[in-house]
Design a protein around this ligand. Sequence first.
Ligand code: SAT
Ligand code: MN
Length: 599
Amino acid sequence: MLEKIKHEGLKSWIEEVAGMCQPDEIYLCNGSREEYETLMAQMVDAGVAISLKERPHSFLFRSDPSDVARVEDRTYVSTTTKDDAGPINNWMAPDDLKEIMRKLYDGCMKGRTMYVIPFSMGPIGSPLAKIGIQVTDSAYATCNMHIMTRVGDKVLEALDTDGDFIPCLHSIGAPLEPGQEDSDWPCAPMEEKYISHFPEENLVWSYGSGYGGNALLGKKCLSLRLASPIARREGWLAEHMLILRLTSPEGRQYHIAGAFPSACGKTNLAMIQPTIPGWKAETIGDDIAWMQIHPDGRLHAINPETGFFGVAPGTSMGSNPVAVETLKENVIFTNCALTDNGDVWWEEMDGAPPAHAIDWKGRDWTPDSDEPAAHPNARFTAPAEQCPIISSDWENPEGVPIDIFIFGGRRATTVPLVHEAFDWDHGVFMGASASSEITAAIIVESGLGNVRRDPFAMKPFCGYNMGDYFQHWFEMGDKMGDKAPRIFYVNWFRKGEDGRWLWPGFGDNSRVLKWMCDRVDGKVGAMETPIGLMPEDGGLDMSGLSVPAEDMEELFAVDPQTWLAELPDIEDYFEQFGKHFPERLRAQLEGLKERLNNS
Ligand code: SAT
Ligand code: MN
């Protein structure tokens, strides 16, 4: 099986891992459709996957109830010194962490097959692409990798005999004794889960979880936690951002990259259907952007992935018709509910809830049940090429030139619908001080709904000291000068005192995007406020939409006292970066304080 591998370094790494994990068999993936179908058929036969009668080539999986999201407490950035990982990453020295994990890996694949997955993040041959090799004992992870990355022989060819690759070792951590019956979603207990990154040697070791970001190692592990320090060294950006193209009625194209924390609507925005006449949107990516300064001086972005791993609950014709279309076939669903006619269901799907379903835990469910039928972080894994508005340039190895950066999060109060940075440095401050209410996409101690700082939506994904990351952003701006993208901050989630959303969101967010495009072209003015530039009265195109005047006022309200009250929290947050904290960021904080005090 491994004869196909001509790369000695790769072969010896696989042999070393196999010696440690002791799988019954080793299988080298070729990335073919047939391979995917064979693996799926095996999982259906084993009762682990449910083939959906109502959706061609689509399958439902139910995870163990303990394995439903990324586990930030169990995620490590392991550098020689703690200082290099910085204050907001979990840290352990590489030798110590490896010693613990080697014991766990010892014999962990007994009774199982070890899949070897050669994959490329980014179009093979793109100057930005990176090759990884994931080894895993999960057929589920293997099938997901087929959708999310470019898997197969082409990758081995590109690697040739001596190319660079990033080794990514994954085990669910559940060896099988002879005769032992397997469970539907084997995984290790929480205290044995480790999602470990060794940026100094570009290595990922993940153990104990079969879920998404913990198991599909090309995604957060390689493309963000390892890629971010590589990007810093090499002078580019690896970001937790969607990429989309907007085309105006005049045919002018704008490219937008937006950073939002997990489960804050990145996929919805990436697939936006503008409600303003004549404007067209195309999707390029919904989660990760790799961006390099092009010879033309502008920042060009590629989406390193080939699929969408999106949150299912809330996805509907109202919120994201493009996703609904994308999900018609060839989809892997995880932790959704199963209807009696053999389809998936989740909360806020179109139409009435089913009278009966099987919930994500495999129990009978009716609309009277106390718990939701789908887990709030239930996911779909769908091929990007199935997206009806995927851009013809989504695999362009040169990427697309970014005009606009958007930062944002979920905030019920305080933060207005949109404001623009005065300049690049101020934009870096906006990204660095970004905050959001906690969503179900992560397991953290503080619980849902609490506000936390999530700089650049990279808190869980930055593979080095975040203070240095801020500095890197300043330096990228210096290099780009007046060719740098403009920076904006949005909050689609502001609520009235009665708890209602003030802004309709979804397709109507195009009104805000249009204002940004008009700003880029110098077509509209802006009002100066202490926190940034905001639309002038009537600056936002509201044609065909009626939002009560009081709501509009509240959406754009900036209360200096509320902002001043938030500054100590931002200051405390910044404090922890110590000598890594850039002076330029402190100057921004002082500037904001002064403007608020003078207003
Ligand atoms: O589980 S993932 O990390 O892949 C998705 C997310 O939280 O953004
Ligand atoms: Mn994400």
